[in-house]
Design a protein around this ligand. Structure first.
Ligand code: CA
Length: 222
């Protein structure tokens, strides 16, 4: 899962980036409204954390621009004040949730996870696909009841496929949602990682659909 953070305060942007990366997300950071608007429109993020007070273009205008351009990515707003008029403007522009500064980093993580789950049609924090159980809040994975350990990159791959179970996920799509924008997509690291994930979860859970991509088969247990 890949997140965009648009926040102009460097210290806060860095804390958000680190907290989200520790929670196994790939993270891109933008420090002004124009750059943020461009990234949000051209890169496929799973969720966006957007500050309202930004240089070059304010957060509400950025969000209005995205929604007018049919960007449907869930957006969590960060507001400096608890003024209702500001929040209302954000919701009217198409925000999905907001947090008032200062906030607990943990709360950002939980809200982002919830937004991503609901955007992919899952209401509960636990995803169950056949023998596979993913607790998306804790980042824990069990297969047939036994815990398995995954690296952050392996978890991102499995989590993305599980959020989109039973449909074919193209290789390019998976790459775009597992790595930040500085990743070199020419390498075959993805196949290596997928091989490791497959060995760990076992049972032919992740299919390769020749020439099309990958599919995590839930066998109807979700
Ligand atoms: Ca700001």
């Amino acid at each position: 899962m890949r997140i965009l953070v648009v926040e102009d305060e460097p210290a806060l942007a860095l804390r958000l980036q680190k907290a989200l990366e520790n929670a196994s997300f790939a993270v891109d950071v933008s420090y002004d409204g124009e750059d943020g608007r461009h990234l949000g429109e051209t890169e496929p993020y799973d969720a966006i954390v957007l500050d309202l007070g930004l240089p070059k273009m304010d957060g509400v205008s950025v969000l209005q621009h995205w929604r007018a351009a049919s960007v449907s990515t869930p957006v969590l707003l960060l507001t400096a004040r608890s003024r209702w008029s500001e929040k209302m403007a954000g919701f009217n522009a198409g925000a999905d949730d907001y947090l008032t500064k200062p906030f607990e980093m943990e709360e950002v993580i939980y809200r982002v996870r919830g937004l991503i789950r609901r955007a992919s049609g899952h209401s509960r924090p636990e995803l169950v696909c056949g023998p596979l159980r993913i607790d998306t809040n804790a980042g824990r994975v069990h297969v047939h009841g036994a815990p398995i350990h995954l690296t952050a990159q392996e978890y991102r791959i499995l989590s993305y496929l599980a959020h989109h179970h039973d449909r074919i996920v193209k290789r390019t799509e998976l790459l775009e949602h597992v790595y930040d924008r500085h990743y070199d997509s020419d390498s075959n690291v993805l196949e290596v990682l997928l091989g490791r994930v497959r060995r760990k979860v076992g049972g032919g859970l992740i299919e390769t659909v020749r020439g099309q991509g990958y599919r995590l088969v839930s066998k109807g247990d979700v």
